[in-house]
Design a protein around this ligand. Structure first.
Ligand SMILES: [Zn+2]
Length: 424
């Protein structure tokens, strides 16, 4: 409560009616109304899908002879059972086809086909650990563009997670400075000379971080403060999340997902089940996320004095949006670290979904062109998104690329939420 009151006071001192209004001015969304509009558009179909899934999970409990109502703590357990039954897919089946080397090759190849850049490994550059690899990146005319470092394996001195960072950012303020970009991951190293095999999530992470890396490597700005990923919070995940799309394209998987022992290409049937499994339980995932994002927004756009009791406010808000009782919030207010452990995501938790709307919509430009490497679309993507850093207003950059504002339909389709659910 005190945090909310102080945030409100700081916003008012600067002349803003609410903290959300203050915080969102430096964002692509710009206003609390725009954020609410987006979240509400996604909420309705997601809730419909989640309620239909709830009925199926309840039926499954009944089938197994269970005589109880589905509760939030049951959801993941029964959802996994239903997933196994529906998609008949287990991550372990696909791992032998997703070796780290093949997936790195795939990520590089997509960048070559989209942006004309090439990668050649260098062995003459000093590195901080024997597992780290470094590649020289050249542009289509063979000119030096960047160095890319891959530090992929877990070790005790590393913190967990995966991220992109830089040793040096691109800039031209005082002569041409080319970027030195790093991807750090925590993949498991293969035992005794065996290759490292990635789970589908790992492979997606690899492409995600490589998307951030491209944002740094393709940067073409004058000022270091505007270089690469120095963009608004709700725009920074666009280049990374967009790049994930190529990882799940049959055209890419059929070429690079080869069995690490036999070299056999990923079988068609396994590929289909893998892609179907990705859409599973998306009603739940979306409801879980959007409810927390809406709550974050409401906390920061109502006068703190009106909120009063946090639990009571939470209950009233959830009732107002029709939160399914069988789904728990992804973050209850008292453990909502994104929003209350610091200011970075306060009134900004929606950013993840905002970026996802854009990445799905942006990839749609390639789908509409009928070619996931369409050269005209790829050129615009490079010129308007990956190379501009913070030098262009993100909305203008997006409209320049896509010819219009982002629309959430592509996201809903990708999450399988546009088809009408069987029950309401
Ligand atoms: Zn990211």
């Amino acid at each position: 409560m005190e945090t909310l009151a102080l945030r409100e006071e700081s916003a008012r001192l600067l002349g803003y009616p609410t903290y959300a209004a203050y915080r969102l001015e430096d964002s692509m969304a710009k206003t609390p109304e725009a954020v609410r509009g987006l979240l509400e558009r996604v909420w309705k179909p997601a809730r419909g899908r989640a309620l239909a899934d709830r009925d199926e999970l309840q039926a499954l409990i009944g089938e197994e002879g269970g005589n109880f109502a589905l509760a939030p703590w049951d959801w993941r357990y029964y959802a996994e059972k239903l997933r196994q039954r529906r998609a008949n897919f287990d991550d372990a089946a696909i791992k032998p086809y997703l070796s780290l080397d093949h997936m790195v090759e795939a990520a590089f190849d997509c960048a070559t086909r989209l942006f004309g850049i090439t990668f050649s490994e260098r062995s003459d550059i000093p590195l901080w650990h024997p597992d780290v690899r470094v590649w020289e990146v050249k542009d289509a005319s063979g000119r030096h563009q960047a160095l890319f470092y891959g530090d992929y394996f877990a070790r005790t001195s590393k913190r967990s997670g995966a991220w992109m960072t830089s040793l040096r950012d691109q800039q031209k303020l005082d002569g041409e400075v080319t970027p030195l970009i790093i991807n750090v991951c925590n993949f498991t190293k293969g035992a005794d000379g065996e290759p490292s095999l990635l789970s589908p999530d790992d492979a997606r992470t690899l492409f995600h971080e490589f998307g951030h890396a491209l944002h740094g490597m393709l940067s073409n700005v004058t000022y270091p403060s505007l270089s690469g990923t120095s963009v608004f919070t709700d725009f920074v995940e666009l280049p990374s999340q967009l790049y994930e799309h190529w990882q799940e394209q049959p055209e890419v998987l059929q070429r690079f997902a080869r069995h690490y022992q036999t070299g056999e290409v990923l079988p068609e049937d396994l590929l289909k089940r893998f892609l179907a499994a990705r859409k599973f339980n998306q009603g739940f995932a979306t409801v879980e996320f959007v409810s927390s994002a809406l709550l974050d927004l409401e906390f920061h756009s109502r006068p703190a004095a009106e909120i009063g009791d946090i639990d009571g406010f939470e209950r009233a808000q959830l009732k107002g949006i029709g939160m399914p009782e069988e789904i728990a919030l992804r973050h209850r207010p008292t453990q909502f670290g994104h929003v209350f452990a610091g200011d970075y995501y306060a009134a900004g938790y929606y950013s993840y979904m905002w970026s996802e709307v854009m990445d799905a919509d942006a990839f749609g430009a390639f789908e509409e062109a009928g070619n996931i490497f369409d050269p005209t679309v790829a050129r615009r993507l490079r010129d308007d998104i990956y190379s501009t850093g913070g030098s262009v207003d993100p909305e203008d950059a997006y409209v320049a690329f896509r010819g219009r504002e982002p629309e959430p339909d592509a996201l809903l389709r990708r999450r399988g939420l546009l088809e009408e659910p069987k029950a309401a």
